[in-house]
Every structure is written in structure tokens, then in C-alpha cells.
Write a protein that binds this ligand. Structure first.
Ligand code: NAP
Length: 263
């Protein structure tokens, strides 16, 4: 039980007011300093507060993937429920509750049919964003039909949803984030799957990457992050990392720095 969770959500609301100019950045910093001292933060609470601090400074994209020790996010058949244990799932739902919008690719909508709501924690449901450029996601999928939150589609128009207007040339991660920011959706969770997170990461569009690593080996299955090949370790992406236990899993809260990511 985390009594401080509502205060973390309130802090994110304050971060939004900082961006609108209604509250000073110093006030947000003082609020966060007070929260960091609380003993009743949720697990990985400091990672959530770091996200709030980042969001106070401007539009922010956080990506998550739940993966095994050998870097798999699903079996060969696409089954991924669940890679992680309950504490990590609670963390994912907290990320959803703090985000304005949650983005998934067509593959995840087809394989998992997620609702992308915050049912494991108290908090609002984010706007759902489906990247489906070829319109291959079946019409009955929950995020297209359940009405639990608005859904924006990057792709052909779908009944009951709005289409995200993108410049000619399509759905680049940067264009998607800019179009969402133009709607006031400035804190964005890129939830999956691997292809979508990899594209956003490879394009330098992710501010924080939350890798939720389970003490599990699959030895086969779908890989997590896949980026263009590099010949030497000099080409590796390196991050500043903080680690938090979440039940049996470990959250790696990875901060991208301009020096370490592609421009
Ligand atoms: N463990 C986890 O944390 C986690 C989270 C989510 C999903 N999953 C698993 O991941 C698997 C699905 O992942 P996936 O990598 O196959 O698919 P995905 O990332 O969900 O979707 C990829 C597809 O989305 C479209 N897309 C995404 N970004 C785009 C962009 N910037 N521009 C144009 N099109 C874009 C493309 O659709 P088109 O191919 O139609 O062009 C692309 O092929 C499932 O097995 C699911 O269970 C695991």
C-alpha cells in the first residue's frame, strides 16, 4: 500500500501547470524534494518522481518493455502474458496513470488486445494511441471498441476513434510526438511492442527507458530492442542507469543522454 501515490499523481499535475506557466519550476522542485523523503512511496517511487521532474521541463517520452534475462519480450508465438510479476505490472499501470497518452504498435494490438487502462492502480486512463499505418488491426480490438478512454489512430480512419493528423511522409516517431504535443498530450508512454519501442529509441525520441527485467530465461522467442547493427562496442547505446527491485523483477530506469543516443 502506498499512501504517497496520490501525491505523486498530484505532482505530475503540478508539472503540467509548470509547463503552462501557472506554477514555478522551483515550487515543483520543492514539492518533489518533500516527496523524495517519504517512506510510503510506491516501489520504484524515485523513478516516478524523476519522470515527473523531467515532465516539468517539457514534453517527455518514456518507453517500457518487460523482458527476460535473455532479452525476450514474448515467446515465438507472441505470448507475453506475463513476462513480469505483479509489482512490475503495478509499475506499468502507474506509468499509464502519469502519462497523457500511451502508444502501441499494430503488432501489440493484434497479439495482446490490450485495453491500456490503469485498472491495477488509482488514476486516470491515458489517451490511447495506435500506430497502424496499414489498418491491419481487427475492428473488434478493445481499444477501438470499449470506450474506456479516447483512442487516436495513426493510420486509416477507424469508427469510434480520431485520426492523428501527421505530416505527409508518415508516422515517424518524432512526427507522432509533435502531433500529440499539439493536442496537449506531452507526457507519452511508449508501451510496446519491441518494434515500436525500437523505432522511437533509434530515432532518439525516448527520454527515459524503463526495462523491467524478470529473472527468467526463454532461450527463444521475440527479441526486445532491435537497432541497426554496429560493428564495435563503440556503437552501443549507453545509459545512466538506476535499478529498483520490483518483487522478483528489476527495473532499470535508463536515462538517455544526447551524447549517447543518435541525434
Ligand atoms: N513484454 C512487453 O513489455 C511487451 C509490451 C508490448 C507488446 N509485447 C509483445 O510484443 C509483440 C508485438 O510487438 P511487435 O514488435 O511485433 O509489434 P509492435 O511494436 O506492437 O507493432 C509494430 C508495428 O506497428 C507499426 N508501427 C509502429 N511504429 C511505427 C512507426 N513509427 N511508423 C510506422 N509504423 C509503425 C508497424 O505496423 P505495420 O507492420 O502494419 O506497418 C509495425 O510493424 C507481441 O508479442 C506482444 O505480446 C510485449
Amino acid at each position: 500500500m502506498s499512501d504517497a501515490w496520490p501525491a505523486v499523481r498530484d505532482a505530475m499535475a503540478t508539472a503540467r501547470r509548470v509547463r503552462r506557466g501557472d506554477v514555478s519550476a522551483d515550487d515543483l522542485a520543492a514539492l518533489l524534494a518533500g516527496l523524495r523523503g517519504r517512506a510510503d512511496l510506491p516501489p520504484a517511487g524515485p523513478a516516478l518522481l524523476d519522470l515527473v521532474a523531467r515532465a516539468g521541463a517539457g514534453p517527455t517520452a518514456v518507453a517500457q518493455l518487460g523482458q527476460t534475462l535473455d532479452g525476450r519480450i514474448a515467446t515465438v508465438t507472441g505470448h507475453s502474458r506475463y513476462v513480469n510479476g505483479p509489482e512490475a505490472l503495478d509499475h506499468l499501470h502507474r506509468l499509464r496513470a502519469l502519462a497523457d497518452a500511451v502508444v502501441i504498435g499494430a503488432g501489440t494490438a493484434v497479439d495482446d488486445d490490450p485495453s491500456l487502462t490503469t485498472r491495477r492502480v488509482d488514476g486516470p486512463n491515458p489517451v490511447r494511441v495506435l500506430i497502424d499505418p496499414s489498418g491491419r488491426v481487427p475492428a473488434g480490438r478493445k481499444l477501438l471498441t470499449d470506450g474506456l478512454a479516447p483512442t487516436l489512430v495513426c493510420g486509416p480512419a477507424r469508427d469510434g476513434t480520431e485520426t492523428l493528423d501527421l505530416p505527409a511522409g508518415g508516422a515517424s516517431p518524432r512526427a507522432i510526438l509533435l502531433a500529440l504535443a499539439a493536442r496537449g498530450l506531452e507526457v507519452v508512454l511508449v508501451e510496446g511492442g519491441a518494434a515500436t519501442v525500437s523505432r522511437f529509441l533509434g530515432d532518439g525520441c525516448i527520454d527515459r527507458l524503463h526495462l523491467l527485467v524478470a529473472p527468467t530465461l526463454l532461450g527463444s522467442g521475440r527479441p526486445g530492442i532491435v537497432l541497426p547493427e554496429v560493428a564495435t562496442m563503440a556503437g552501443a547505446l549507453r545509459f545512466d542507469a538506476r535499478r529498483y527491485p520490483l518483487g522478483d523483477d528489476t527495473l532499470f530506469d535508463l536515462t538517455a543522454s544526447a551524447a549517447k543516443l543518435p541525434a
